[in-house]
Design a protein around this ligand. Structure first.
Ligand code: AVI
Length: 316
């Protein structure tokens, strides 16, 4: 109940601002998670394939940078479609591998378990555990279960790009608060690139990203007790902007006829828009800066012009 009130308050705070926004995590209800899974299969959505190719190419080198006897912990492992490769590389280097997947979605964790079982070359040499929890709660639980172990925390998918710089810094600081300094962070980031490629990735011709973003708004309104009709939704316009100054893709829904929820004191004026998600893109300098500000340093990196994976270590 307290959690539900928390979400309602977060949504209301965002919708009562001058520049309106909703929390991006509302994108990942059941429908949104399925749509995101579909988006990752689109050719124009390059980050998925770019990350997969980097992991494929460098899995052995990445495994060599992971401290022996580490427990690998994946944040938001989802269905773990890319993780098997890394786990196999760690197992083949050290003989065995311990893995914990953390996700809020029970069904994603169930799929991950089935998928990894098939992907692993020597399943008996792997110890796997799945925790259904928010990230920080999950990390604290892992630290409780493995008080002495080095943890290698995997954060794939450039999910850090969905946080502002301030949020990203505080998130990374929270990681060390949750698990202490005996950790490594394997962080994947999309790189800043040309407008055309970015725009095409977030405004796909199939309209999947549009549905994904509008679903976030629908979810927010449903939580506020409002259920817009399909006709009303047809009126909403999906807008993508590339913000060169902040180096981010911004995804909005514009309401030509406005939208009111008198009970909740929400008043979106005709023509006003709501920011649903940002997707930040990084230069190498940005990554160094972010790591530094969050109390980490970049220990190793595997990058090309499109995408980057880096191993960060606590700076202390
Ligand atoms: C999950 N996250 C990294 C995706 C991204 O690219 O920012 C979410 C997404 N939004 C629209 N398409 C994909």
């Amino acid at each position: 109940m307290a959690e539900k009130l928390d979400i309602v308050n977060q949504i209301l705070m965002g919708l009562q601002r001058t520049s309106k926004e909703i929390p991006y995590h509302l994108l990942y209800n059941k429908e949104g998670s399925e749509l995101y899974e579909e988006i990752t299969k689109l050719k124009c959505y390059y980050p998925y394939a770019a990350e997969e190719a980097l992991l494929e190419q460098h899995a052995g080198e990445i495994a060599a940078q992971i401290a022996p006897k580490s427990v690998l912990v994946e944040l938001g492992c989802g269905t773990a479609r890319k993780t098997g490769r890394l786990l196999n590389a760690v197992q083949s280097r050290y003989g065995s591998c311990r893995f914990v997947g953390i996700d809020v979605s029970k069904s994603a964790l169930e799929k991950a378990a089935v998928y990894l079982e098939k992907e692993l070359k020597a399943p008996k040499a792997h110890e796997m555990k799945f925790i259904q929890a928010e990230y920080m709660q999950g990390l604290k639980e892992v630290r409780r279960l493995c008080p002495e172990n080095m943890l290698c925390i995997l954060w794939l998918g450039s999910s850090i790009g969905n946080l502002s710089q301030t949020e990203a810094i505080s998130f990374l600081k929270d990681v060390t608060s949750a698990v202490g300094y005996r950790c490594q962070l394997f962080l994947c980031t999309d790189m800043w690139k040309d407008y055309k490629r970015l725009f095409a990735a977030y405004k796909d011709d199939n309209g999947l990203t549009e549905r994904f973003i509008k679903n976030g708004i629908r979810n927010a309104l449903n939580i506020l007790g409002q259920h817009p009709s399909l006709d009303e939704e047809k009126d909403w316009i999906y807008q993508v902007e590339i913000n060169n100054y902040l180096k981010q893709v911004e995804m909005y829904v514009c309401f030509p006829s406005g939208l009111q929820n008198g009970e909740m004191q929400v008043n979106i004026r005709p023509g006003e828009r709501v920011l649903v998600e940002i997707s930040r893109k990084f230069t190498v300098e940005d990554i160094y800066h972010l790591a530094h500000e969050a109390g980490f340093h970049v220990h190793a990196a595997w990058r090309n012009a499109t995408y980057g994976c880096q191993m960060l270590l606590p700076a202390q």
